[in-house]
Design a binder for this molecule. Structure first.
Ligand code: ADP
Length: 493
């Protein structure tokens, strides 16, 4: 099969979060599974300095954006030693900027125009590069117009008529909404600006456009695929998703199992596997306690949190519970993250008040993230919503038992310890349903009780460590969806 993955981010060219991780890792695994996959993204400034060679291809094109005609060029790079061709759309006025989408917390004013142009460029590249693809795989609102262009403007052209289109949503909270006059820039007829297609409460909505015009939709976990068909996680588009439920798939993201491997991790104090965790992990915990200025105690649990300090991640619940526990309970806490100022301030105050129990690092640090995953006993993620989540999978791989709210990808990966799941050998962590500090408090208490029972704890750790969270597993599921949608397209004639 031949696939073109269109995205506004892919590691290492450009990355602001989950989308970039997926689009950097997935094509590599699809290619390893024997398919021809290429990637297309904007030639941002960050992409040009990412360290991989990028060459001009001598291909120039023009794309209409409203009444303007905008010139672009195609550049070429690759991933995985040349196995995945990468095409970069150069248009310096749009993409040669300091950041991807915003500056000083403000979205670039021409974001709609930039990604209309990029979606046009994606469609043109198929012709210019003579890519006889079976599947166009678009991602998030930035490429939401590509499925519409395919259906409306390109459907009768020879290279395009057989192409099936998958549209993946990485987070329903980001929809690419713009004022209605931007409809003029898309080049599509006003008749599509209606509440069944591109309009959402008077605005142009590019995520909705992708959801409506693609042949199939996927999102980044099976549970999230269910949740987004209802409020609040559908973010107003639940009706559209219910309407398309028969072609909506949930595929869990993977993790980089080479980068996140406690047997080889260069950042951690000692290496270990499921077989040697009893020797290795205590050394990592002691080293982390030293690094954080905590007393080196193996007899009290150490709980970690890494992530954006926002309400999405349940930081309001976490802070409430930490305030109480820091006063009353002998448990150590480490928080690594940046985010809302109000959370940063409260956490800093807690760390100052309880230096032997609370450590807070308000920074982005991959090495420390690895050391927390290896050194903590538990990892807490009380998210309000979580399309997939990566840290709980890193934690499972490092034998760091996750304590999570059962939402989205967290519900799909963490099996709550109960008499039944323990007997079945499937339990790998702790979870709760209700979004409340009380539910988090109770669940952490359960986890701490279990931590004091070494055999039970070992069972939870090794169950998680032996599970497969690799991108190879996710890629197999994407390939199955590609096969289904191309077969359907062929059947339609
Ligand atoms: P989201 O994409 O919603 O922010 P995910 O859990 O899917 O959340 O992915 C976030 C990624 O960023 C994870 O790999 C997490 O470890 C990492 N991360 C977030 N904040 C930090 C930080 N302060 N330092 C190091 N890594 C971080």
């Amino acid at each position: 099969m031949k696939i073109l993955l269109a995205t506004s981010e892919a590691v290492p060219f450009a990355n602001t979060g989950g989308l970039g991780d997926v689009c950097g890792a997935l094509p590599v695994e699809i290619a390893r599974a024997g398919h021809e996959v290429s990637l297309i993204l904007p030639a941002y400034r960050t992409a040009r300095y990412c360290g991989l060679p990028i060459e001009p291809m001598g291909i120039e094109f023009i794309a209409p954006v409203g009444t303007k005609t905008v010139t672009g060029r195609l550049l070429r790079s690759h991933l995985d030693n040349g196995k995945v061709p990468v095409y970069l759309v150069q248009q310096d006025e749009y993409f040669d900027r300091d950041h991807l989408y915003s500056i000083n917390g403000k979205d670039y004013i021409d974001n709609c125009e930039r990604f209309i142009f990029f979606s046009r460029a994606v469609m043109e590249s198929i012709r210019l590069l003579d890519l006889s693809i079976d599947v166009l795989h678009a991602n998030d609102w930035q490429t939401g117009l590509a499925p519409a262009y395919l259906k409306i403007l390109y459907r009768n052209l020879p290279r395009y008529e057989k192409i099936a289109c998958l549209f993946t949503v990485h987070n329903m909270a980001y929809q690419g909404q713009f004022w209605h006059w931007d409809m003029l820039l898309t080049g599509l007829d006003w008749k599509y600006f209606n509440w069944h297609q591109m309009e959402f409460f008077g605005k142009l909505n590019l995520l909705k456009t992708g959801l409506v015009f693609a042949d199939a939709i996927s999102t980044v976990s099976p549970r999230y695929a269910q949740e987004i068909q209802h409020p609040p996680n559908g973010c107003g588009l639940e009706g559209v998703l219910q309407h398309r439920a028969n072609v909506l798939y949930g595929i869990l993201n993977g993790i980089d199992v080479e980068q996140w491997n406690p047997a080889t991790d260069p950042y951690i104090a000692a290496h270990y596997t499921a077989e040697t965790i009893e020797q290795g992990k205590p050394l990592c915990k002691a080293a982390l306690q030293r690094e954080l200025g905590f007393p080196e105690r193996s007899d009290i649990p150490l709980v970690g949190f890494i992530g954006r300090l926002t309400e999405q991640k349940g930081v309001d619940l976490l802070v409430e519970v930490m305030k109480q526990w820091a006063e009353e309970t002998e448990v150590q806490w480490v928080v690594l993250g940046v985010g809302d100022l109000k959370f940063q301030r409260t956490l800093e105050e807690l760390a100052q008040r309880y230096p032997a129990r609370v450590a807070v690092r308000l920074e982005f640090s991959a090495p420390l993230a690895h050391r927390i995953e290896a050194g903590a006993d538990m990892f807490v993620m009380p998210s309000r919503f979580e399309p997939c989540g990566l840290n709980q999978m890193y934690s499972l791989r490092y034998g760091t038992t996750p304590v999570v709210r059962a939402t989205g990808g967290l519900a799909d990966t963490v099996v709550n310890a109960s008499p039944e799941t323990l007997a079945a050998g499937t339990a790998n962590g702790f979870s709760f349903e209700e979004y409340s500090a009380q539910a988090l408090d109770e669940t952490l208490r359960r986890a701490c009780e279990a931590w004091r029972q070494p055999d039970l704890w070992r069972q939870l750790q090794t169950t998680g460590m032996r599970q497969d969270w690799s991108w190879a597993r996710s890629a197999r599921e994407y390939i199955r969806v590609y096969e289904e949608i191309t077969a359907r397209k062929r059947a339609e004639g």
